[in-house]
Design a binder for this molecule. Structure first.
Ligand SMILES: Cc1ncc(COP(=O)(O)O)c(C=O)c1O
Length: 385
């Protein structure tokens, strides 16, 4: 299984990284190397950090976890960050910490990576799908309002591909007792009106999958200002064992993130601003070229997009996907319409999610992409508009 999928998102088909060394310009008879879907920006600093941990012999439950968590809390602007083994684990534990269980409803966008809905159902709650705007890919607040029932405990707001949710609209759409949680899997670095994604809801859930701005291979975190919730997540990620004790008041899991992986994340976190600037630059090159041709992504005025992925919309998506891949350009679908998956087929009609699923195309995207790479991708894509 390759690691470009979810957020990965789509079927895990394409790969992360560059397909071998590439000539500056391909001459006659010279085959051009492919452009991969994503490439983590890791190098010497990460290698040294990992080597240091290996040398200590303590690969898990050591000091790197705390250091990574402190860096995350600082970056997001929350009092607490708890590192866990994936973004999926972060969502699962946030829901368990809230006590979501049988009979509880949690509102989830119909167009998202399925982990958002799966985590709710695995807590024995019900994922209530709401439709999305097929241009922004975000849940429509008026439909969120309509979906609220007396069983609604929470909304899992997804900043999909790094675009911040219209938070104030969402807040006014639901009664105060409904908890707002963030699936900020792809939104580390993104801001809504100056506040970081991950610090907007009661808890934020981050992912460090290789298509994310900061990667630990696999990894995630729950961010929150609430010490009690952070404590609950810490217990739940470590079998339910109480801090410093030997008791298990309620059963938990092993969702810990190893020290060696936290060490990999720390140098990336330290250059988060630079990584986001670089991704913004690449997104700008794409938008300059593609705005007249296809639907291009962006954030609302005053917000900062997290640029987890660069996802355009077009009618001939399937042809474009096949055409780009035939040229060695690893494009991918955007993400899933959850309502089309067998496990969720009974949840109603979601034309916005269906349209997004049919029309969204993720283009190769990484901080290290060159303007030549972008030219090559956009020239190939222009044939399908
Ligand atoms: C919106 C969204 N939520 C949740 C996840 C799950 O994160 P992970 O792959 O780290 O489990 C992903 C990503 O891959 C995602 O894109």
């Amino acid at each position: 299984m390759s690691d470009t999928g979810p957020e990965g998102t789509a079927p895990r088909a394409a790969s992360v990284g560059r397909a071998g060394p590439r000539p500056a310009a391909a001459g006659a008879g010279q085959e051009r190397a492919g452009i991969r879907l994503a490439r983590p920006d890791v190098g010497e600093a990460e290698l040294a950090a990992v080597a240091d941990v290996l040398a200590t012999g303590q690969l898990t439950m050591g000091p790197q976890v705390e250091a990574f968590e402190a860096g995350l809390a600082h970056a997001v602007g929350t009092a607490e960050a708890v590192a866990v083994s994936s973004g999926t684990a972060a969502i699962h534990l946030a829901l368990l910490a809230l006590g979501i269980g049988e009979g509880d409803e949690v509102i989830v966008p119909a167009y998202t990576f399925p982990a958002t809905a799966n985590a709710v159902e695995l807590c024995r709650g019900r994922a209530v799908l709401v439709d999305v705007d097929p241009e922004t890919f975000l849940a429509r607040p008026e439909l969120v309002a309509e979906a609220v029932t007396r069983r609604t405990r929470a909304v899992l707001a997804v900043h999909l591909f790094g675009r911040p949710v219209e938070w104030e609209e969402l807040q006014t759409a639901v009664p105060q007792e409904v908890v707002l949680l963030e699936d900020a899997a792809g939104a580390l670095g993104a801001t809504y009106r100056g506040t970081s994604c991950g610090a907007l809801g009661l808890m934020g859930c981050l992912s460090f999958h290789p298509r994310k701005i900061v990667t630990t291979g696999e990894g995630g975190a729950v961010t929150t200002d609430e010490a009690e919730l952070a404590g609950a997540v810490r217990r739940l990620r470590h079998h339910g064992i109480t801090a410093g004790g030997f008791d298990i008041p309620a059963p938990g899991l092993n969702y810990r993130l190893a020290d060696v992986l936290c060490a990999l994340g720390i140098p990336q976190l330290e250059r988060l601003d630079a990584l986001l600037d670089a991704r913004e630059r690449v997104a700008g090159w794409y938008t300059e070229r593609l705005e007249p041709l296809v639907g291009t992504p962006g954030a609302s005025e005053g917000d900062r997009h997290g640029w987890q992925a660069y996802v355009v919309t077009l009618d001939r998506r399937d042809e474009a996907l096949a055409g780009l891949r035939a040229e060695g350009i690893e494009a991918q679908i955007g993400t899933y319409a959850v309502n089309r998956l067998s496990a969720y087929r009974d949840r109603g009609a979601f034309p916005g999610a269906d349209a997004a699923f049919a029309r969204a195309l993720a283009l190769p995207f990484a901080a290290t992409l060159t303007e030549d790479d972008v030219d090559r991708v956009t020239t190939a894509l222009a044939r399908f508009v």
